[in-house]
Design a binder for this molecule. Structure first.
Ligand code: 23J
Ligand code: MN
Length: 263
């Protein structure tokens, strides 16, 4: 089959609904949960602000528009390799230099939502991933891997989403070993439904924040605060996750879209 035929077939499937576009994005606004770091490590991390410029009024009679203030790592967002010190020097590691061919790829959806509901400190291990692969098929090179925790059900309540107490944040995520295993499979990136690619307990791991440390060290991408992964099959969907082309940027909010075949 020619690549032109593939795209005309896809166009027909999109028009008929045979392929559904699922929005894996949360709402970006002043109520979007944001990462909390110790104050000395969180200089100039603004709350999201959306300010009206005009809305068909004296400031613009025929048009509505807003200006915004937000950090790159806000809401459903992309982590570029340049975000972490281990990935700082890749010529193609910033939002304006990365290879867009890698952003559109098959997505493996690892459903550990039951485990995460039972234990908010759930950590994904190599054994979990190998068991998933035995059931659903191997994770391939150039693919996205996302962990389904259904954490998006807390996205309208920052306290529940961050789930922090005096011992720190309690949110699920990967072990260092699982990230190394996935990099060994040559994945394009790793995504989660929590505030960051790492577990809440990741500051105490070795290395600290292993998803950030290892993914970006190997020029791989991260996705955080993904939504609606419950609408995706374990395999068979294609994920489109593209950051804004911010000059020398370390990440950006995204509109994450999955192309999902319908039964
Ligand atoms: C900055 C510092 C630590 C972390 C993060 C950002 C993220 O999770 C992020 O959004 O990349 S852990
Ligand atoms: Mn980030």
């Amino acid at each position: 089959m020619s690549s032109a035929n593939v795209l005309s077939d896809l166009a027909g499937m999109l028009a008929s609904g045979g392929v559904e576009v699922v929005d894996c994005t949360g709402v970006l606004g002043p109520d979007t949960p944001l990462l909390k770091l110790p104050p000395e490590l969180a200089k100039d991390t603004p709350q999201i602000e959306i300010h009206k410029i005009s809305e068909y009024d004296d400031d613009g009679p025929f048009w509505a528009w807003n200006w915004m203030k937000l950090g790159e790592h806000s809401g459903t967002h992309f982590d570029a390799p340049h975000h972490w010190v281990t990935g700082k020097d890749y010529p193609d590691g910033s939002t304006d230099t990365l290879d867009v061919q890698r952003l559109v790829a098959p997505v493996n959806v690892l459903d550990f939502s039951a485990e995460c509901a039972a234990d908010p400190d759930f950590l994904l291990t190599i054994d979990h991933v190998k068991a998933w692969e035995a059931e659903h098929g191997e994770i391939g090179a150039g693919e996205w891997v996302v962990m389904r925790s259904d954490w998006d059900r807390f996205a309208d309540d920052e306290a529940k989403f961050l789930n922090a107490d005096e011992t720190g944040p309690h949110t699920p995520g990967p072990t260092a070993e699982v990230i190394e295993y996935l990099i060994g499979k040559n994945i394009v990136g790793w995504g989660t439904q929590c505030i960051g690619t790492d577990a809440g307990s990741a500051g105490g791991m070795e290395p600290p924040f292993p998803a950030h440390n290892l993914l970006h060290k190997h020029n791989r991408f991260g996705l955080a605060s993904l939504a609606n992964l419950s609408k995706l099959p374990p395999k068979g969907a294609i994920l489109v996750a593209a950051p804004l082309k911010i000059a020398n940027g370390t990440g950006s909010p995204i509109r994450a879209l999955a192309l999902v075949p319908q039964a």
